[in-house]
Design a protein around this ligand. Structure first.
Ligand code: USQ
Length: 387
């Protein structure tokens, strides 16, 4: 099976490319290396030094015998080139990870807002148009986010997988049952683009009978996968700065550097989480379970558990007793406290084996990143984006 991975040089895309290539899928990465350029723009760095894309690819070929192809292209801007590539490669599946994925970055200023909207929405729309123009049988898998649902917006409910049943009164005052997309409550421009993506998918699916899977993923934790550990040249990036670092990975690196764990606000926010290996497992499952033509968009919640942030910080403190906690005025406009329960039955029913957060896993990440702790730039820890 041939797969195009758009955004295959990024935090999810790179380990995914390795995983799928290792399973003998023929992989073509499309990427404009924008994540590396944003590092330069923000003067930030990944805690794990990553190799340039050509070194990554040649090392992978040497050790696995499998070739991953690569094209440097901005799919949000270069439509003709995108079409030519798809026509020539003839993929069965396109996995779309080619979006600016940081909420804080998307909220910095009007320039980063506009970049996020232009990049994310045009990328998604261009890919959909190309599939319509070239081959409507291509299965499109998109990495969305839990943030489209808001977090526990309707108390005491379990967030369903994409759709809800509502009753609408018709003009004769009779209630009609209707299934609709779950309303969106995005908390940042970034999350708003993913909400808009869902509407693109609904429209293109209905109008052109495309086969589309949208994965609403929670916050990833973890530093490596089996494949990225096969050689130093294959290591994945590990972000710790306040724009791109995500909460649990940040807490662990803060602990390793004797920096207080930065809880924003009360710490009573609850979020959904998934381990990075499980993220790969889910996407593999989605590849094998494409919707049929004419089906509605398949929506999976790509999460395995939910946690309150304060509990995560306390867990780390329990495991690494030298850790300290600092409550910082919340730089984000978000609920002070929320509960969150999420359905993930679609993936469980298809065989996902969840990797849950536990002491052993945290110590494992801690030991892995500790070796690099000296390169951390302490000026990148506190929030740099406010809304
Ligand atoms: N937070 C802290 N301290 C920190 C960093 C964050 O308390 O040092 C809090 C934030 O205020 C927020 C929560 O932790 O309440 C999560 O923040 P985050 O930066 O870990 O995650 P978020 O901005 O929501 O975005 C990340 C990824 C994004 C993905 C999303 C999944 O960057 O690409 O879509 O997680 S989800 O959050 O489920 O929508």
């Amino acid at each position: 099976m041939k797969i195009i991975i758009i955004g295959g040089d990024g935090f999810v895309g790179w380990p995914l490319s390795l995983r799928l290539s290792n399973k003998n899928y023929k992989i073509l990465i499309l990427d404009n290396l924008s994540r590396r350029k944003i590092d330069t723009e923000l003067k930030s760095n990944s805690l794990i030094q990553i190799k340039d894309i050509n070194t990554r690819l040649s090392t992978w070929k040497n050790i696995s015998g499998n070739e991953i192809l690569f094209e440097n292209i901005d799919v949000s801007l270069e439509y003709e080139k995108l079409c030519k590539i798809i026509e020539e490669f003839k993929p069965d599946t396109i996995i779309h990870l080619g979006e600016q994925r940081s909420a804080p970055y998307s909220m910095k200023n009007s320039s980063t807002k506009r970049y996020t909207v232009n990049n994310n929405l045009n990328a998604t729309h261009n890919i959909l148009c190309a599939i319509v123009d070239i081959n409507k049988d291509i299965h499109l898998i998109h990495l969305g986010t839990m943030g489209v649902y808001g977090y526990g917006v309707v108390p005491d409910t379990i967030v369903p997988e994409g759709y809800i049943d509502v009753k609408i009164k018709n003009k004769y005052n009779k209630e009609i049952n209707v299934e609709i997309l779950h309303p969106t409550y995005p908390g940042s421009i970034y999350h708003m683009t993913k909400s808009q993506d869902a509407i693109f998918f609904q429209f293109f699916c209905k109008n052109y009978n495309l086969k589309i899977t949208d994965l609403h993923q929670g916050i990833i934790w973890g530093a490596y996968t089996k494949e990225t550990m096969m050689h130093n040249d294959l290591l994945n990036r590990f972000d710790y700065d306040s724009d791109y670092g995500t909460v649990l990975n940040r807490f662990i690196i803060q602990s390793a550097n004797n920096i207080p764990l930065t809880i924003y606000g009360t710490g009573f926010q609850t979020r959904a989480f998934i381990n990075i290996e499980n993220s790969m497992d889910c996407i593999e499952i989605a590849i094998r379970n494409a919707p049929n033509k004419g089906d509605k968009v398949k929506i999976f919640n790509q999460v395995t558990e939910t946690h309150q942030l304060i509990d995560l910080a306390n867990l780390i403190k329990k495991i690494i007793p030298s850790s300290t906690i600092e409550f910082i005025e919340n730089p984000r406009n978000e609920l002070v406290e929320n509960s969150l329960e999420v359905s993930n039955n679609n993936f469980l029913d298809l065989g996902l084996k969840p990797i849950y957060l536990n002491e052993e896993n945290i110590i494992d990440i801690y030991n892995f990143i500790r070796k690099n702790k000296n390169i951390i730039d302490n000026t990148k820890i506190l929030p740099m984006s406010f809304w």
